[in-house]
Ligand binder design. Structure first.
Ligand SMILES: [Zn+2]
Length: 262
């Protein structure tokens, strides 16, 4: 994307819902963008929680089960490596680029995301400006000493010996850096998300059905705190009634038009 493209506006006037969102963004001093699976489905990442999605067909391996047995850990890793092609092949789409442009302009200070695919970072937003509520699936960590491991190296070792990875430093269990079912929410990320939500005068919820708590409590918190609330999602959500603007469209099309990026 060239700077010229980043600044240009579509020649045609925006339709009413998009114009309303553009006005809100223009008037805001501090925007928080909150993203869910819907922004990444346009990059080919399936929504694992949707009806018919992977997680509704396979019993998820929760955190206690992962800790409990080597067989469960092997199954968990087998599934992760099976989905590797999806994660490795995914690239940021127009929606990610529009969010990155809001951060680049200083309009948004950070992105709070429920996604684990790392696509906000891949779109050029710094690690320190992405608050990941469900962790990150594109690398792994030792559960004991927090050492970082890359998925590709773990896959090669797993294919050689079939055993779940152990930490080379301390011998601890190595797990993708995601938050599993039954695993505590990441405290620092949750606190920071709350602080950023309370500091914002506009909260833009993007591609989330806003039903997975506690993460989905943030838009309601922003609204109670007096911020504007915009919801951009393909389908209606239960918070639409209290939102200032609701846009039910493709995320990339909507944010791309509002921010002026292709
Ligand atoms: Zn370790």
């Amino acid at each position: 994307m060239t700077p010229e493209n980043g600044m240009s506006r579509a020649a045609a006037p925006l339709e009413d819902d998009l114009a309303a969102l553009a006005d809100l963004v223009a008037a805001a001093r501090r925007v928080v963008v909150f993203t869910g699976a819907g922004i990444s489905t346009e990059s080919g990442i399936p929504d694992f929680r949707s009806p018919g999605g992977l997680w509704t067909r396979q019993v998820p391996i929760d955190f206690d089960s992962f800790l409990a047995s080597e067989a469960n850990r092997q199954e968990s890793w087998r599934r992760r490596f099976e989905s590797d092609a999806i994660f490795r092949g995914a690239r940021p789409n127009r929606g990610h680029r529009a969010v990155a442009e809001l951060v680049r302009r200083g309009k948004a200070q950070c992105v709070i995301t429920q996604n684990i695919d790392g696509l906000h970072q891949a779109s050029g937003i710094g690690d320190d400006q992405v608050i990941e509520l469900h962790g990150n699936s594109t690398y792994a960590r030792c559960l004991d000493c927090d050492a970082r491991y890359e998925i590709e190296a773990l896959r090669v070792a797993f294919e050689a010996d079939g055993r779940s990875p152990r930490c080379g430093r301390c011998g601890g269990l190595v797990k993708t850096a995601t938050i599993s079912f039954g695993q505590a929410m990441p405290e620092a990320a949750m606190r920071r998300a709350e602080t950023e939500t309370l500091a914002a005068d506009l909260f833009v919820a993007v591609g989330s059905s806003l039903v997975v708590f506690p993460a989905a409590g943030f838009p309601a918190l922003a609204k109670q705190n007096g911020a504007g609330l915009a919801i951009v999602n393909r389908d209606p959500t239960h918070l639409d009634a209290v939102a200032d603007v609701v846009v039910n469209r493709s995320i990339g099309e909507a944010l791309g038009a509002v921010v002026g990026v292709e």
